[in-house]
Design a protein around this ligand. Structure first.
Ligand code: SF4
Ligand code: SF4
Length: 383
């Protein structure tokens, strides 16, 4: 057996940043067996945890940044080591020393954009509501039923703006009295937190909360499972007190209450991809499927890894901003699985997943074989 001398200062630092549970690991390797990285390259969370136990963590190497925080290993760990908390703790330590390897060099820049512009693209906040032009979308007022919190990706990314547009068209068809924050909206901060930048996350969370209070918000509908997760689980620690609903749940509610009528048939083989932060992290598995099943003509197919065992798209944990080699993208496997299954459409409900799956569709040369759609886009077509 390899003999190693523990580095106490590093062990203490990891503990101080929130990684105290590494000590419970007994190196069973169950995490490595389910980690999607091992489908595309060699990677060991077990090894990272072991290094942390002995204070041997190498913050200058790529590996501490690979975990997408998909949560698959966390569910299976027999010792409740909480690998996501541990890896984020290690990243907090690396962020404190300002050490980023080449694939994550962008994180520093993105943190400055989030502070100065409230979005990771360095885009003008005044352009934030440009996606809504011509749609007669109002700025939120206290008397309104719902705030639609759009998300940076839906606001600025040309592909995802279609999703935001479809979403507000659905809310209008259902006669929901809703508004947006427009240029007052800022990033929710979920992803930057997972890169270990607690300071920027806290700043964004506090500013967002202040705006929600000033605007008199009581109920928020979100498109991104990442906004959903942080509003629901992390913002309450800063005093948040509002209802958060993911669009997939809200669509189910609107269809059931007959506020939204599905008036067209849609004949297609459709596979549904569970986003990690909607499924595993938020336990919303059936509602999006029920919405899809309520469309006449849809033949629902299940991907080989679904629900709790869903395969991550690769974009969580801040990886949406990291460089991932084309042949190492998990979403390639997902797209391949969908095509093999005979799906004509791969539907999901997350801006990060849409981005990853669209890219993989191009990488794999499946432009003519498979369409990638957000649930809101599809429902908008049949209402
Ligand atoms: S599954 Fe848990 S106990 Fe097993 S190696 Fe991974 S972190 Fe350690
Ligand atoms: S959370 Fe997901 S990506 Fe991270 S180590 Fe566990 S299985 Fe791998």
């Amino acid at each position: 057996m390899e003999i190693v001398a523990p580095f106490k200062e590093v062990i203490d630092e990891i503990k101080q940043y929130g990684g105290e549970r590494v000590k419970y690991c007994y190196q069973c390797g169950k995490c490595d067996a389910v980690c999607p990285w091992n489908r595309v390259r060699v990677f060991s969370m077990r090894r990272l945890i072991r290094d942390a136990v002995f204070g041997l963590t190498e913050i200058e190497k790529e590996d501490i940044w690979r975990c997408t925080t998909c949560g698959r290993c966390v569910l299976l760990c027999p010792r409740d080591v909480r690998q996501i908390d541990d890896i984020v703790a290690i990243r907090r330590m690396a962020t404190a020393y300002n050490v980023f390897p080449s694939s994550t060099k962008t994180y520093r820049q993105i943190a400055t954009y989030l502070i100065s512009k409230g979005n990771p693209f360095n885009e003008d906040p005044k352009e934030r509501a440009k996606w809504a032009e011509g749609l007669n979308v109002k700025i939120f007022e206290e008397k309104m039923e719902v705030l639609y919190f759009t998300c940076c990706y839906m606001c600025y990314d040309p592909r995802l703006r279609n999703v935001a547009r479809a979403t507000v068209q659905l809310l209008q068809k259902a006669q929901v009295n809703f508004g947006i924050l427009g240029e007052a909206e800022s990033c929710c901060g979920e992803s930057i937190r997972k890169t270990g930048n607690e300071e920027v996350f806290k700043k964004l969370a506090k500013e967002n909360l202040k705006k929600f209070i000033d605007f008199g918000v009581r109920k928020i509908v979100v498109s991104s499972p990442h906004c959903y997760y942080t509003f629901k689980n992390e913002y309450p620690n800063f005093g948040a007190n509002f209802e958060v609903v993911h669009i997939s749940e809200y669509l189910k509610e609107l269809i059931e209450s007959k506020r939204l009528k599905l008036s067209r048939d849609y004949v297609a083989n459709i596979a549904y991809h569970d986003p990690c932060y909607l499924g595993r992290h938020s336990n919303i598995f059936e509602k999006p499927r029920e919405v899809l099943r309520s469309i006449n003509g849809v033949n629902m197919l299940e991907l080989p890894e679904n629900r709790l065992a869903s395969l991550c798209c690769g974009m969580g944990g801040g990886r949406v901003w990291a460089e991932t080699e084309k042949h190492e993208r998990f979403s390639n496997i997902r797209v391949e699985d969908a095509v093999k299954l005979g799906a004509m459409e791969l539907v999901t409900s997350c801006p990060y997943c849409i981005t990853a799956l669209e890219d993989s569709k191009l990488i794999m040369g499946y432009e003519d074989k498979l369409r990638i759609k957000d649930l809101a886009e599809l429902i908008n077509e049949v209402t």
